[in-house]
Design a protein around this ligand. Structure first.
Ligand SMILES: [Zn+2]
Length: 354
């Protein structure tokens, strides 16, 4: 079997779509009008995705407000002033804060799949946000009448339902976006926070059968927004052994723009369990230069030196536009990089004789 290859998910939204989203948020256009725009955007994205040859595609997250905040759209018990995440280039993203209980998701990720599958002829994967990222909404000072324990019970119930909705809508694979893993070590070098995150996500995963968990994966990266990162300065080696204790079948791991990939790949090879696959990032989403097929091939071949080929896959380092307003990368560049990933992975498969 050739080396499998999957995208992470997001693709930059067109300027027309972005303008329509802003107009809709201001009440200037109707729900019907925004759905016409959504349909057109997902259709064009699916068609361009399939034209890259990618055997598994996504909807480019065209209608998701962001990889992290889609479950919160329209909720009225949130305040804007939550945790601030600083990026290396100086810009920040701020999470909302839960103001009152109970906590629930307004949107499940499975609801994005019917629109994509209407246009797709290939398997469609779906990303969900990790329960650990959502756990950051609970304020450090607590909420009267709504304990953190109650919050976590509600959160787990909704995170399970979020993943379940993707199975129910025939996702080929389901990717948990866990971009706060490496960040957790920056926030707490003792790694207690990272262990809490992993335990919480494993509590969610315990609701799924072994067979189901083989179709669930976890994405890790040092953050990717406006071509900048939030935790690339944390040693990847500190994260990898603990990350691989998550009870999933696949890991989608940023690697193309890693400073010392061989050391990280070695650690993956040493810690990956027999029923797990590591999809290694072979295109750098923070660099506008499109990789040649040979560069992608050589990155995959380097990974194959440390990871058994039967447990190897390739992927993009991260989404191309995790937040809907991020257009640092153009759609043309994103699709060109995806096409290079597909062709370069094919070359690596041929070289390895698989
Ligand atoms: Zn990412």
């Amino acid at each position: 079997m050739p080396i499998p290859t999957e995208p992470i998910g997001s693709v930059p939204r067109s300027r027309e779509l972005q303008a329509a989203i802003v107009a809709y948020s201001k009440g200037e256009i109707s729900a019907d009008a925004i759905h016409v725009q959504y349909d057109a955007a997902v259709r064009e994205t699916v068609e361009r995705f399939e034209a890259t040859g990618s055997p598994v595609i996504s909807d480019g997250e065209q209608t998701k407000p962001s990889f992290a905040t889609y479950p919160l759209e329209g909720l009225e018990n949130l305040a804007p002033n939550g945790l601030v995440i600083p990026f290396e280039d100086g810009h920040t993203r701020q999470l909302p804060r839960l103001a009152t209980g109970p906590f629930r998701y307004s949107t499940y990720a499975g609801s994005y799949l019917p629109r994509a599958r209407k246009y797709a002829t290939r398997p469609v994967k779906q990303a969900v946000i990790s329960a650990s990222a959502m756990s950051l909404l609970y304020p450090a000072g607590g909420i009267s009448d709504y304990s953190q324990e109650q919050f976590l019970d509600d959160l787990i119930q909704h995170a399970v339902a979020d993943i379940r909705s993707c199975f129910d809508n025939n996702a080929y694979s389901i990717q948990i976006d866990f971009t706060e893993g490496r960040l957790a070590i920056k926030l707490d070098p003792s790694k207690r926070l990272l262990q809490q995150f992993i335990d919480l996500n494993n509590r969610v995963l315990s609701h799924f059968s072994l067979e189901e968990r083989q179709r669930i994966g976890v994405h890790t990266c040092p953050g990717g927004d406006h071509d900048s990162t939030h935790s690339a300065d944390v040693d990847y080696g500190e994260l990898i052994p603990m990350l691989l204790t998550l009870e999933v079948g696949s890991f989608y791991m940023q690697m193309a723009n890693e400073k010392n990939p061989e050391r990280a790949l070695k650690l993956i090879g040493e810690n990956l369990r027999p029923n797990q696959r590591a999809f290694i990032g072979v295109v750098d989403v923070l660099n506008e230069e499109v990789e040649t097929d040979e560069v992608v091939r050589d990155r995959a071949l380097m990974a194959a030196e440390y990871i058994p080929v039967s447990q190897l896959g390739t992927t993009d380092d991260c989404g191309f536009s995790p937040f809907s307003d991020d257009i640092a990368t153009s759609r043309n560049t994103a699709f060109a990089k995806i096409a290079a990933r597909v062709r370069g992975t094919q070359l690596a498969s041929e070289k390895l004789g698989v």
